[in-house]
Design a protein around this ligand. Structure first.
Ligand code: SF4
Length: 491
């Protein structure tokens, strides 16, 4: 069987992507999307019950078995809901997430863990419609099931409120002539084992960043326009298509001040920029006791607890360093939730005990910490006043870097702590996240916490300790940055 839903969609994005997958799989960039896939699976599992009882066609490597099972089920019932109903038409295979069989017609429902309907989903459903109607099935409706981000769980999950059914029948029908054409084009492309050139264009990142981007841009000079942003996107691609490739080229282009600055630092090896006056003015707004706060959060498409929206940032951990007085001892405290329970109430209670009223608290990229605290204040009215007092006294330690009071070449145009820290302390192994064990970033922290509920006691203790050390480093890094800023203005 040549095509599947996902291969068809990738083939539309760029046929070379499929070609490279087949003929040069070794040049694909690795990316860890296991947690996205896991979350997607959970959403599919839950969405299956949207229409009540159903029959699931069990997955097996033998796709013919799945197809036979599907037809057996279809023939046995007049009206039935089938999940993973599988079909094949001229080597075009598809499994329909939810197929509703009515007496004389069928409805296709494609489940997505996203909160909106994107073009790629419509292409996906159009391919399924093509396969089923080509086999003679009377499909009268096609829909995309998405997550309703405004849903707030209270009590049991209400599936009809958690999910939104988006009818895309008309779009799918109007795309049918294109589907046939696309399948033909993809198959012709794949038949040849000779590698073709494909233009680097918007399709390289839209709808998804292509895992062969490094391979296809390997012959460009380095550094190049795609190094000015974290991932290739609209800005870099627009410049590339205008012919601005190298950093020298980019200096002739119309680009933002921050991009220009970054390029000039790189090209001319410019010395560090330290605006002592602005840094001093910023530091003068601080007062003691002084707190350094960082949260870890997780996001789930299906809310696990009451008063949680899909994909809401749910805090499960924090680290807090603090000085009670200037030049005093650096103290530390922390909170980590109990896996498998709602961590928020205990976290909020401990936070208001540990951060007194009217004190200066620092966060790095404070909109995140402020957003988490504000939400806790909404959920727990009895703690709201204190929480909002903390919220209103937070200052952003990222400001000197985002406002370019302090800038060095090694920050590479970014003010994120993951860039600023190694730029300020290149030789300090205690501040290097790579030297941590098991957990090195927020995504790993989130995934580890989610898995802790099912771990053995030993594994749990080990992971708990690694989580604590990771989050502690986040606030310790802030302390070091603060001290570095103080040191610079005294020089
Ligand atoms: S990087 Fe761009 S051109 Fe190369 S395979 Fe991917 S989408 Fe196609």
């Amino acid at each position: 069987m040549n095509l599947s839903k996902s291969r068809y969609c990738r083939g539309i994005q760029c046929p070379k992507m499929l070609w490279l997958e087949k003929y040069k799989p070794d040049v694909m960039e690795e990316s860890d999307n296991s947690s996205v896939l896991e979350q997607g699976n959970v959403v599919h599992e839950v969405a299956r019950y949207l229409f009540g009882e159903h029959i699931n066609i069990e997955y097996t490597d033998n796709l013919n078995e799945m197809i036979k099972d599907t037809y057996r089920t279809i023939e046995s019932y007049e009206d039935i809901i089938i999940t993973e109903a599988s079909f094949n038409y001229e080597k075009n295979f598809c499994s329909v997430d939810i197929l509703k069989k009515n007496k004389d017609n069928y409805e296709i429902y494609e489940v997505k863990s996203s909160t909106g309907v994107h073009d790629v989903y419509i292409n996906d459903a159009s391919y399924q419609y093509y396969v089923l109607t080509s086999l003679g099935l009377n499909v009268t409706k096609c829909s995309i099931i998405t997550i309703n981000s405004s849903y707030e769980r209270v009590g049991n999950i209400e599936l009809d409120k958690l999910f939104t059914i988006n009818d895309i029948t008309n779009e799918v029908k109007s795309l049918q002539p294109k589907v046939k054409e696309n399948i033909k084009k993809i198959n012709t492309y794949m038949d040849s084992d000779i590698e073709r050139n494909e233009a680097i264009d918007d399709h390289c990142y839209n709808p998804y960043l292509c895992p062969f981007f490094s391979y296809c841009t390997r012959n460009l000079p380095h550094p190049n326009v795609f190094d000015i942003t974290k991932t290739p996107g609209v800005t870099a691609m627009k410049l590339y298509k205008q012919g601005y490739i190298t950093f020298e080229d980019l200096l002739k282009a119309k680009i933002g001040k921050k991009y220009r600055e970054r390029i000039e630092y790189d090209l001319y090896d410019k010395p560090d920029h330290i605006d002592k006056l602005s840094i001093k003015e910023f530091l003068d707004t601080f007062s003691y006791p002084l707190y350094f706060l960082d949260f870890e959060t997780y996001q789930m498409p299906i809310p696990l607890y009451d008063y949680v929206h899909p994909y809401e940032q749910v805090p499960f951990q924090y680290s807090l360093h603090y000085y009670e007085k200037e030049n005093g001892e650096l103290l530390h405290t922390e909170y980590l939730g109990i896996p498998g329970t709602d961590p928020r109430r205990a976290l909020a209670e401990q936070l208001v005990k540990e951060i007194p009223l009217n004190v200066c608290t620092l966060a790095y990229n404070m909109s995140f910490e402020k957003g988490v605290i504000k939400r806790l204040a909404t959920i727990y009215p009895d703690l709201s006043e204190h929480l909002m007092n903390i919220h209103n006294h937070i200052k952003d330690l990222e400001d000197p870097f985002s406002k370019r009071y302090y800038y060095t070449k090694d920050m590479a145009g970014s003010s994120s702590i993951k860039k600023v820290l190694p730029a300020l302390f290149p030789d300090d192994p205690s501040l290097d996240y790579h030297n941590l064990d098991l957990i090195h970033n927020g995504a790993e922290a989130m995934n580890s916490f989610a898995k802790m509920a099912t771990m053995s006691k030993e594994e749990l203790e080990y992971t708990r300790e690694r989580l604590l050390r990771y989050c502690e480093l986040d606030t310790y890094a802030m302390v070091k940055i603060y001290k570095k800023l103080k040191h610079e203005i005294l020089k």
